[in-house]
Design a protein around this ligand. Structure first.
Ligand code: F6P
Length: 541
């Protein structure tokens, strides 16, 4: 399908003009003073996720133009192509159907295969969870990128649902410092290794799998076939590795969208079949919202449009994610792959260089930890970095502790929420030099004048943020949250007219690594650039 490229649409030019006239000087504080209803007008409830977008530097007219831009770029038709299974990953000739993995039976393409694969995977997970008969206490998941980040992030987030007596471990890095300390504490007889690789060719995963197998045999492990399983679309390669039990999947499941497939096996082992189905159901509810809600009330669409507004018109180069829930501390890393591997592209679908910016840098840390590290820069630095706060209303630590401790932790949860609110408030509100002048600064040097101290203590404010609120971090809510991010990335990618589903940018490094590996052994630096040759010699031996 042919759509007008975003920068050639009328709406793009109108957005540029609106940015110059209004957007660049837009002040959220003034907007709240002008519009008493701003919070209710710029907030909405999507499945499982409430979103407050009111602290963003956006007005009705910008939104109107962004919606026009989305229409000019064929967002609706592109979205239908996604759900229908058209080969929208055109550089690899593949459909992109992670939505089919969480659709109810009969509701999406490949339903029979999906349901059969899910049933088999969940049955296996339940067998492992039946520790009296499986004898498994430790599950080591070996994979990298999309075959690691999703399962690792979800298992960590859903710790409250983890079966007692079962430990899940994730090994991804080819660096032996990842695997070695873990193996020290494991026993082969009670360990199950899950080797997760869509291609089953990834250097890091195969190296760790081989190392794990050799440890298993050397430590008295007897039955490799019983203690090693694979999740892969290349089950032949898994069999060649010596694995009997493989859970296959399809080329239309992208690596970074694969946690819903058999790649989610460690999640299912950790939280059980019913909770895994709830995770899928939450994601499906968000799929339905994305597919059917009108654009102006469609949360993935609105977030994606604000992303475009900030990236291409305000010129903001990064976005920070601050989940105020310790269980979500790996979410920023997960989102880095989701967004930056998807939309970190420099050519359009026809291969023409793009004259506008694409993926921002996505980064972050769990709150409140991030506050004591980089929030200084968010408040007073020279860059404006939109922040996305994620708050969870009801904690679940009460399920693990009782009595006074439970009370204390509940109180800490109120502190956590107050911090979350305070940060977005402070970013927006700021503090004038005038205000700072009237404050006492107990630690200020007496040698400095009051005005100088006040300048150091003032905040520009008007720093934009969104806040997403979950009632509780349940499997369903997490499923919806992840699907929300997937679709939001789709929206900006569709507007930019790029292929969000390939990742050719990681190939060159892989190829060069393969050619440097033997050189590290031989010392042959011929034909290398001076820096690489010098470093090679330095690192040898
Ligand atoms: O690094 C690129 C990449 O292909 C990712 O997209 C993917 O998630 C990861 O490597 C792992 O690939 P595989 O699952 O094939 O081992």
């Amino acid at each position: 399908m042919q759509y007008s490229r975003c920068d050639q649409s009328r709406a793009w030019a109108a957005l540029q003009a609106h940015y110059q006239a209004v957007g660049r000087a837009f002040d959220v504080r003034e907007a709240f003073a002008r519009e008493p209803e701003r919070f209710s007008r710029w907030s909405l409830q999507a499945p499982q996720v409430f979103a407050d977008l009111s602290k963003n530097r956006i007005d009705d007219h910008a939104l109107h133009l962004l919606l026009q831009l989305a229409a000019d770029c064929g967002l609706q038709a592109q979205r239908e192509s996604l759900f229908n299974g058209d080969a929208i990953n055109h550089t690899e000739g593949r459909a992109v159907l992670h939505t089919a993995l969480r659709a109810p039976a009969g509701a999406a393409p490949f339903s029979d295969e999906v349901q059969a694969s899910l049933t088999r995977m969940l049955a296996f997970a339940e067998q492992v969870r039946d520790q009296a008969s499986s004898g498994i206490s430790d599950v080591v998941h070996i994979g990298i990128g999309g075959s690691d980040l999703g399962p690792a992030m979800v298992v960590q987030a859903l710790q409250s649902y983890l079966k007692a007596g079962l430990r899940l471990h994730f090994v991804s890095n080819v660096d032996g410092h990842d695997l070695a300390p873990l193996l020290r504490d494991l026993r082969p007889a009670s360990t199950l290794f899950v080797i997760a690789s869509k291609t089953f060719t990834t250097q890091e995963t195969l190296a760790n799998a081989e190392a794990a197998k050799s440890w298993f045999l050397a430590s008295g492990g007897r039955d490799v076939a019983r203690h090693f399983v694979a999740t892969s679309s290349n089950t032949a390669a898994a069999a060649a590795f010596g694995i009997d039990t493989s859970f296959g999947f399809w080329d239309w499941v992208g690596g970074r969208y694969s946690l819903w497939s058999v790649i989610g096996l460690p999640i299912a082992i950790a939280i059980g079949a019913d909770n895994f189905r709830a995770l899928l159901a939450g994601a499906h509810a968000m799929d339905e919202h994305f597919r059917h809600a009108p654009a102006e009330q469609n949360l993935p669409v609105l977030l994606g449009l604000i992303d475009v507004w900030y990236r291409n018109f305000h010129g903001f180069g990064s976005r920070s994610v601050a989940p105020y829930h310790q269980g979500l501390r790996r979410l920023p890393a997960y989102l880095q792959q989701l967004e930056m591997e998807s939309n970190g592209k420099g050519v359009d679908r026809e291969g023409q260089a793009l004259p506008f910016d694409t993926s921002p840098v996505v980064w972050g840390e769990a709150g409140t930890n991030g506050q004591h590290a980089y929030f200084q820069m968010l408040h007073q630095g020279t860059d404006v970095i939109p922040v996305e706060f994620i708050a969870v209303k009801r904690p679940q630590h009460g399920e693990h502790v009782q009595g006074e401790l439970a009370e204390r932790l509940l109180d800490q949860h109120q502190k956590l929420l107050a911090n979350c609110l305070a940060q977005s408030q402070a970013l927006m509100q700021g503090k004038t030099v005038e205000q700072a002048l009237h404050e006492k600064a107990p630690t200020a040097s007496k040698a400095l004048g009051a005005l100088t101290v006040a300048r150091h203590r003032s905040f520009p404010g008007n720093r934009p943020s969104s806040t997403l609120v979950l009632e509780q971090l349940t499997p369903e809510a997490l499923g919806a949250l992840i699907a929300l991010y997937e679709h939001r990335v789709f929206v900006s990618g569709a507007i930019w007219g790029i292929n969000s589903f390939d990742q050719w940018g990681v190939e060159l490094g892989k190829a060069l690594c393969a050619s440097l590996l033997p050189r590290l052994a031989s010392g042959d630096a011929s034909g290398l650039d001076g820096s690489t040759a010098g470093l090679l010699q330095r690192l040898r031996g």
